[in-house]
Design a binder for this molecule. Structure first.
Ligand code: MN
Length: 242
C-alpha cells in the first residue's frame, strides 16, 4: 500500500530525457501498484491551453490515461506554470483535478495538498501577478488568443519569470512560516505536502503543541523526485535517469 506524489517536472521539449523518465515512472510497477498517483503542479514548463495540438500534451495524456486504465486514480493540481490546464485536458488525460488546498485522508491521516506558491507570501511582486492572472476574465482573454500568439506569450512569461527569480532573494522565494501554519491550522491538519520551491525536504516542527510535518517535493531538472506515502511512513527520494 502506497500513494505516490510528484511535482515540478517542468516537462519541456528541450529536456526529452525527463519526459521519458516521467513516462517510465508512470509505467513502472511502483506506479501501477500504487493506491493513487498525485501530480501537484508544474507538470509542464508552460501550458497554453487544453486545445494545444503539440506532441508533449498528447504524450502526457497517453501516459496518465494508461495508468488510470490500470485502475490507479491519478490526481492533478495546477501549478503556476500550468494553471490554464482545465477539465477538457483532464478528461483526455484520465485524471481528476484537485483545487489547491485540498485535504485528502492518507491512511487515516488528513493531509493538506498544495502546489506551494500561495505560501510564498514574502514575494509580494509574485503574489500581485498571481492574483491578476488567475481571474476567469484574464484566463478567458488569454485562451481566446490564437495558439501561436499564446506560444509567444508563454515564452515571454518564462523570460519574465527567470528575470524575477534571478533578481529576488532566495529567502523571499521560499514559503513563509506563518502562511504555512495558518494554512495547516485552517485545514485542521498536521501534515502538508507541496512543491513549487524546488527544495525537497521533510520539515518536522510543532504546530500549536502538536508534532507536524511539511514535505516538499523536488523538481525534475537533473533527475526525478518522488514521495511515497505508506501507512508505515513517508519516503522522499530521487529517481535516476534511465
Ligand atoms: Mn511552481
Amino acid at each position: 500500500m502506497a500513494t505516490l506524489f510528484i511535482a515540478d517536472l517542468h516537462l519541456d521539449d528541450s529536456r526529452p530525457q525527463i519526459t521519458r523518465l516521467f513516462e517510465d515512472f508512470l509505467a513502472s510497477d511502483e506506479a501501477r501498484s500504487a493506491d493513487a498517483v498525485y501530480i501537484l503542479g508544474d507538470l509542464v514548463e508552460a501550458w497554453i491551453g487544453d486545445d494545444d495540438d503539440a506532441e508533449l500534451p498528447a504524450r502526457i495524456a497517453r501516459a496518465t490515461h494508461a495508468l488510470r486504465d490500470r485502475g490507479v486514480p491519478v490526481y492533478f493540481m495546477v501549478g503556476n506554470r500550468d494553471f490554464l490546464l482545465g477539465e477538457d485536458f483532464a478528461r483526455r488525460a484520465g485524471f481528476t483535478l484537485l483545487d489547491d488546498g485540498t485535504v485528502h485522508d492518507l491512511y487515516g491521516r488528513p493531509t493538506l495538498l498544495m502546489h506551494g506558491d500561495v505560501l510564498c507570501t514574502d514575494d509580494i511582486a509574485y503574489q500581485t501577478v498571481r492574483k491578476q492572472v488567475r481571474t476567469p476574465e484574464w484566463k478567458a482573454q488569454i485562451l481566446a488568443m490564437p495558439l501561436e500568439a499564446r506560444r509567444a506569450f508563454a515564452a515571454k512569461a518564462r523570460q519574465d519569470s527567470k528575470a524575477h527569480t534571478g533578481s529576488t532573494m532566495e529567502t523571499i522565494m521560499d514559503v513563509n512560516a506563518e502562511a504555512v501554519a495558518d494554512s495547516m491550522r485552517k485545514a485542521g491538519v498536521t501534515r502538508l505536502i507541496h512543491g513549487h520551491t524546488h527544495r525537497p525536504a521533510t520539515h518536522r516542527f510543532e504546530l500549536d503543541g502538536q508534532p507536524a510535518e511539511r514535505i516538499v517535493l523536488g523538481d525534475w531538472y537533473e533527475h526525478g523526485s518522488v514521495l511515497r506515502v505508506a501507512p508505515e511512513g513517508t519516503e522522499l527520494r530521487g529517481l535516476a535517469l534511465g
